[in-house]
Design a protein around this ligand. Structure first.
Ligand code: PLP
Length: 434
């Protein structure tokens, strides 16, 4: 029997509505759903007046006579109508097939719940703190620096032990699950940051289902345009919307989607208590920016694939990592679970640390088309050095295990144009070796 009271009901819904043979949502439908039906007003207010005592009482009980989200009309830390609009759009992009399947089966209860948060870390911390308790254990793949540090703090301060392992190795995952019966969840990113190693969502979900524990997938590097983890078997899906959904580096936001009963009775409780609530303006901005998500991301991916091919044959580059390159050890898996190869490229420059630093400093100049910055997913191309920046706080032996070398460079490809970026990289790499 599962440790989670919501598990059995979710398994029934998951197998009937969520897991599908078809891996991606039709692109035309994706665009139509992203554009939506017109942005709402910005409800720039902290509180909402009730019509009478009965109205206030029902909203606190989670009842709403007109069908809108009751918690989005009480006090903005609990929810807000502008944020609710964004939640609906993102929900459709990740889960339209679940909505369609549930409607066709005349399902009366909601299957998935959704919450937009003030940052990706807001979604991750709300998820982890509401899911795991002291004494529980969790398997964690190679993850973003702050996610890694959150799991280490959960271990040190709250007694939730994290097993950091290579989650792309299904045998290793199976063995760890067998050895540690208190493991209550698996948390992965795919592709992983910054090594672009993939995790097989279908394969992992078979293991998590055997052990009756949820598989949490951070879908930040893909966005729902490239990968829809529910179709592949994930149970909880998280994004930093700061990245591809916003796409213009104008706000920080996150989102979490999960089984309805878990979201209502556990995650929502922590969401309101921790206070990771987005501002209505940021939700409005993200609801606008998501309208052209697919168009932007398609262009970025096309450009990134060409840049990856350029780097792959460059004499000064010792290794290029890009999921759709034949040289990527998991490119078959990438083609199975990702619509395109993504807009992230990692590569190792010959010349080690010194050459990597020179390349970074070249792009720190204002006359180059990239920015030396650590975010990703923007229309602006960013270049960064994980060993000293995003993963600077990760212990040395862990960095080594993850494959984060001194010469590893990460690029997030934007919309400046393929030729402009290739020419700049050529010049930067030549200067780095001068
Ligand atoms: C994969 C991934 N997940 C989560 C986060 C955290 O998101 P945020 O910065 O929006 O809190 C990041 C940030 O870079 C990330 O790369």
């Amino acid at each position: 029997m599962s440790h989670y009271d919501w598990w059995e009901k979710w398994m029934d819904r998951k197998h009937r509505y969520a897991k599908t043979e078809q891996v991606f949502m039709d692109e035309g439908l994706f665009n139509a759903k992203s554009v939506g039906t017109g942005l709402p007003s910005i409800y720039q207010q902290s509180t909402f007046s009730f019509q009478n005592v009965e109205d206030g009482r029902s909203r606190f009980l989670g009842v709403s006579p007109s069908g809108e989200k009751p918690f989005a009309r009480i006090y903005t830390r609990l929810g807000n109508p502008t944020t609710e609009y964004l939640e609906k759009i993102m929900f459709q992009l990740e889960c339209q097939h679940i909505i369609d399947n549930a409607l066709a089966a005349d399902e009366k209860e909601p299957t998935i719940g959704v919450m937009v948060t003030s940052s990706g870390m807001g979604a991750i911390s709300t998820c982890i703190m509401s899911l795991l308790s002291s004494g529980d254990e969790v398997i964690v793949g190679t993850v973003y620096g702050c996610t890694d540090s959150l799991f280490r703090h959960m271990d040190e301060k709250y007694g939730v032990k994290a097993h950091f392992i290579d989650t792309s190795n299904l045998e290793k995952v199976a063995e760890t699950l067998e050895q540690h019966p208190k493991i209550r969840a698996i948390y992965v990113e795919t592709p992983e940051n910054p090594t672009l190693k993939l995790n097989d969502i279908r394969g992992l979900s078979k293991l998590t289902e055997q052990h009756e524990i949820p598989l949490i997938a951070d879908n930040t590097f893909c966005s729902p345009y490239l990968q829809q983890p529910y179709r592949l078997g994930a149970d909880i899906v998280i994004h930093s919307m700061t990245k591809y959904v916003n796409g213009h580096s104008t706000s920080v936001a996150g989102i979490m989607l999960g089984p309805w009963d878990f979201m209502l009775n556990h995650a929502f409780v922590f969401y309101k208590d921790l206070g990771a609530t987005p501002s209505p303006f940021d939700s409005w901005l993200n609801a606008q920016n998501v309208q052209d998500l697919a168009v932007r991301q398609k262009h970025q991916c096309t450009s990134a694939e060409k840049i990856a091919r350029f780097l792959d044959t460059h004499p000064m580059v010792s290794k290029t990592i890009y999921p759709f390159l034949d040289s990527h050890p998991q490119h078959q898996l990438a083609k199975r679970q990702m619509r395109m190869g993504g807009a992230m490229i990692s590569f190792e420059l010959k010349g080690g640390y010194d050459a990597a630093v020179k390349l970074m400093n070249y792009f720190a100049r204002h006359d180059t088309p990239m920015e030396l910055a650590v975010s990703l997913g923007s229309v602006i191309t960013y270049i960064q050095h994980p060993a000293s920046m995003t993963h600077g706080g990760v212990p040395e032996d862990e960095k080594k295990r993850m494959g984060i070398t001194e010469e590893l460079v990460r690029i997030s490809v934007g919309l400046e144009g393929t030729d402009v970026l290739i020419n700049a990289l050529e010049k930067g790499i030549r200067l780095a070796h001068a």
